[in-house]
Design a protein around this ligand. Sequence first.
Ligand SMILES: [Zn+2]
Length: 302
Amino acid sequence: MAAFKPMPDFALGPDVPESGFVVTELGGGAYGVTEGMVNTMFLETTNGVVLVDAPPHLGGERLLAAIESVTDKPLTHLIYSHAHADHIGAAHQLDRSGLQIIAHEMTGRFIEEAHDERRPLPNVTFTGRRETLDIDGTRFVMDYTGDWHMPGNLFIHVPERKLLTAIDSFTPKNPPFFRLVFSAHVPAYFKAMDQMLEYDFETVVTGHMALYGTPEDVATNREYINDLRRSATGALQTVDLQEAAAAADVPGNNKQAELKVWMDAVVARAAELMPAWDKRIGGTDIFLTDNLNAVAWSVAND
Ligand SMILES: [Zn+2]
């Protein structure tokens, strides 16, 4: 078993107190909330509160306690960033009388297919690339620019508060989780970093761990994944399938095993080609082979 190093302090957020959550002011009446593993945001409007997602790690009770710790206004709107249960699976625990649940139409479709009572269907959906909603005097711009994480995934921009929400895009000061956060389409994932940097924002909420990001963090993630791509490309050019198969004694009739040992060798070579990143992001070793596997297959096939 691989032994993992402790995370460096710069890659960690605040400690979580006994209450089980930390609320962080993001400016302009917006707040981040986390229990350490997932995070999301809520925003106070003139008459109520808009919440993005309802992650089960936090749970309905703690989400409401977090909101009540800063305002006694009621929760009026819930925006689903995308359909995944680890981000919206506590939505059923919220009081839904009068609650507007907003999502892209694709997200509604995925939830419908999942037959999951924890994820109530949205009651306001939209199609296409952009939807702008004025919610009690605050403008929310919701963009579906491509399947960088999964179909229906949104960038949620609150321009007047210089706030961006891009759940499951990356983790500030950390490498992306497994296989570029399980990106449905790796080229779209690379493009998403450029798209994020086109918005006017100071803070970005990205959905995991306890840190919130800045445009600089987006640029750092872009630089890191470009290094992954450069290394994977170099490895693909130098690692030979037949040689890799012979070195691993793969039986001549087992083509799938050949492919497997070849890609494992590509990933191992690419890992050697990666420059050192541990001064800038913490835990580079954790997901390196998973991320290189996703990038290498994408370079080979997309
Ligand atoms: Zn997700």
